[in-house]
Design a protein around this ligand. Sequence first.
Ligand SMILES: *Cc1c(COP(=O)(O)O)cnc(C)c1O
Length: 427
Amino acid sequence: MNYYSLNHNSPKTNFKNAVISGIAPDRGLYFPEKISPISTDFFENIEKYSHHEIAFEVIKQFVGDEIPEEKLKDIISETIFFDFPLVKIDENCASLELFHGPTMAFKDVGAKFMAKCLEYFNENNNEEVTVLVATSGDTGGAVANGFLGTKGVNVVILYPSGKVSDIQEKQLTTLGQNITALEVNGVFDDCQEMVKTAFLDAEIARKLTSANSINVARWLPQMFYYFYAFKTLKSLNKELVFSVPSGNFGNICAGIMAQKLGLPIKHFVAATNINDTVPNYLIDGKYAPKPSKPTISNAMDVGNPSNFIRIQELFENNFADLKTAFSSFSFTDDETREAMKKIYTNSNYITDPHGAVGYLGLQKYGLKTTEFGVFLETAHPVKFLEVVENTLSIKVTIPEQIQKIMNKEKVAKKISSYQELKEYLTS
Ligand SMILES: *Cc1c(COP(=O)(O)O)cnc(C)c1O
């Protein structure tokens, strides 16, 4: 399968090179040249397919013949080894829990799939690759876990000192092996700036790759969630509306891609916190990115969502079509806390702040009686322990997999400048 750059100033490339380089030479995001709908027979019989079989049907055209079928099936089994349950919240809506993976964040799926693809492509390469990633919290843990023990790949994660939760820090700093955590004296923007500088530094860029959602191997497997939800909800015979808590808009963009493959989804809601670049765009058609503001749903504190350009491409840059199939609403932290309380009181269900923003998206959209709403619960409430416990006045039980790492010793190297990062990468 070939991919082109959305900046239209680089040659086309195949899946392998798109995965290895992450971004096109002209700094554009890669986009598949062709999207072919899956047969209607597949959708009619989807309940007969296992989660692994569904994933294979969904992803195979985007990989093409660059990974042998059997190998691709192995990669899928190594990626999808936990469940994606739907929990009913009320008569017309449910929470799609995406947090049952190893780091309890939905990013586990994309991170593991990408790691396994990169490992395969790197099999006969003697030179090691370094995956360099900046994190404000959840990405780092998922990438660290996904790439742990991957042959030929070193992972270097930059995180802002004192700005990630205890659990998130432990997830980054206790794994060892091929994972190194660099604790940056600064904020997330400083980490991201250092990573960007490294990618533009001709002396080291050649050996680096990125593992954020601009990488096609992290972005595309997120389509699976929507197919799994459809499989479960098909018998309701209702029109499905998905509300996706959105930051970089990779997850929701994968949902729209799933719809392109023929998945019957009526409408998408991109729910954001006060970082409202996309909701504003839908009002007046002017895309005006701005610096991000901190919120309690901090994995969505993004002022210039990198994947939004892919969504525009999926709608062939037709603003009217986009507005028909897609809404976007923004919510304050107070509204988010109120929603968490309401869901807990009415349905005895604990949401994390991101899931609560997704729930609010469905409320604002206003479901009709012919529709059923699904909001994506993108992280386990324990990942945002303080906010959840303080808002709901409860104690959250810490799951075993998290408990285990809390007792491990943190290992991180402190850095304060790009020069120190470069020295580390070249040493
Ligand atoms: C990354 C993340 C998001 C945002 O996902 P995007 O694909 O960047 O829109 C939402 N919730 C949680 C918990 C996350 O970690």
